[in-house]
Design a protein around this ligand. Structure first.
Ligand code: HSE
Length: 451
């Protein structure tokens, strides 16, 4: 139950001609980069937010093990605490904001808050990807809101778009660039003419990439976000198991250059697609048309392309990470909770509403798309015929072949296929690897023509 405070009366009289204003007392657990951004955003723009919503947000408590490092946010002395019970067990907190990350303590924090009927806001994609069903069930049981806008696309309000803005639509596809680190690496490889390892090292030095980059470059972070978007689009909480995940480590500068010559750019994509009887759910590097909107998303930016049967094609673009962009999404969630409390509309938007409409998630072998294949082939007669023969036997139709004139013993050959079945392509690849005329492991990258 939200309380009305007399001590806000003066403030409210000034701004709202004597109307009382409801106050939302916010408890934040985790005072890292995002926690500090949320506190800062609320302090800086609290008055603006209150004019927009009729609710005054107050940072009431922040719990963190480190409360001595200066985060540059101006807060009263009694706000900081090292004891998260001061947030979780206090009847003076209206909403709990979980910003500690990880899948252990964060889960306990969220379940504990929900079990007391406290609304929760979280940015924790890994946790939702892994334990979403359990968390949503707990929220439903206690009729407490759970909001998680910042879990996908940082500051881009894509969860609100999927759940509310596009509620009228069946989704034929959702394709996203959801990891800024990988997009930065591909952009730099192209623009600085550099290989993956060199750019990764630069990104680590500049603080864009983590010292342990696996979550980003091996595709897991994108997969966490993809499974959340897929679940919202298709009404089934998929979890991580059905997501096909390939990272970006194997993509070479050579691939980026060939893709460019053929009119494409390489991006790490989350591809969520309604197929005939199933949903394709995959994360992998892909060639996208260079002139397309997604092809032009550069640097650390994120973008999500959503096609609906009522609205048609749409795209959402913005900063997918970073202190203030993420804080913008977290604060929007906090204020949604506040509006629900103010209007007695708890549970207005369920954490997740099952509405399965599209069948099971497709297995990797059921993927059907176009392919880029780069081979290092021996420079002698009959080689192309041999490779084309294998592809033909597996029903893979060649769209184009590119081979540079070379006097060396081997030469790169790049083949683009028409749409083919992944199972066929993988078998063909296995056979091609055994050919004497092919000297290195071939590189296979999927193509997404979009739309
Ligand atoms: N590490 C992510 C990225 C942001 O590079 O986009 C957090 O999900």
């Amino acid at each position: 139950m939200l309380r009305i405070y007399n001590h806000n009366l003066n403030y409210c009289e000034t701004k709202y001609k004597g109307n009382w204003m409801q106050k939302l007392r916010i408890g934040i657990i985790g005072f890292g980069t995002v926690g500090a951004g949320v506190a800062d955003g609320l302090v800086r723009n609290g008055e603006l937010i209150s004019r927009r919503t009729g609710i005054l947000p107050e940072v009431a408590k922040i719990a963190d093990l480190d409360i001595t490092t200066d985060r540059g946010v101006d807060l009263p002395d009694d706000v900081l605490t090292t004891d998260m019970s001061d947030v979780l067990d206090s009847s003076d907190i209206d909403v709990v904001v979980e910003l500690i990350g990880g899948v252990t303590t964060a889960k306990d924090v969220i379940l504990r808050a929900l079990s007391c009927g406290k609304p929760v806001v979280t940015a924790n994609k890994a946790l939702l990807a892994k334990h979403g069903e359990e968390i949503f069930a707990a929220a439903e049981k206690s009729n407490a809101d759970i909001y998680y806008e910042a879990s996908v696309g940082g500051g881009i309000p894509i969860i609100k778009v999927m759940r509310e803005g596009l509620v009228a639509n069946n989704f034929s596809e959702v394709v996203g660039i959801l990891n800024g680190t990988c997009n930065f690496i591909f952009t730099q490889m192209e623009e600085a003419n550099a290989e993956f390892e060199e750019v990764l090292a630069q990104a680590q030095d500049a603080g864009y990439a983590e010292a342990e980059p696996s979550l980003d470059v091996d595709g897991y972070d994108t997969a966490h976000k993809a499974t959340i978007l897929a679940s919202l689009a298709y009404g089934e909480w998929f979890g991580m198991d059905p997501v096909t995940i390939d990272g970006i480590r194997d993509v070479t500068l050579q691939d980026i250059k060939y893709a460019g010559q053929l009119g494409y750019r390489i991006k790490l994509l989350a591809v969520i697609k309604q197929a005939k009887n199933n949903v394709q759910l995959r994360v992998h590097p892909a060639l996208v048309p260079a002139e397309s909107l997604l092809g032009n998303v550069k640097g650390v930016y994120n973008a999500v392309w959503v096609s609906g049967d009522v609205i048609g094609d749409t795209m959402y673009y913005g900063q997918g990470a970073g202190r203030d962009a993420t804080a913008s999404a977290v604060i929007a969630d906090i204020m949604d909770v506040g509006l629900n409390l103010k209007t007695g509309a708890r549970g207005r938007i369920p954490g997740f509403q099952p509405h399965s409409s599209s069948g099971q998630a497709a297995g990797e072998n059921q993927i059907q798309t176009r392919y880029y294949l780069r081979l290092q082939a021996r420079n002698k007669p009959g080689v192309l015929a041999e490779i084309a023969g294998v592809l033909g036997r597996y029903n893979i139709s060649i769209a184009s072949v590119t081979q540079q004139e070379s006097r060396g013993e081997t030469t790169p050959v790049v083949i683009l296929s028409y749409e083919a079945r992944e199972a066929d392509v993988q078998q063909a690849l296995q056979e091609i690897r055994t050919l004497d005329v092919v000297s290195e492991n071939p590189m296979l990258i999927r193509i997404e023509d979009l739309g």
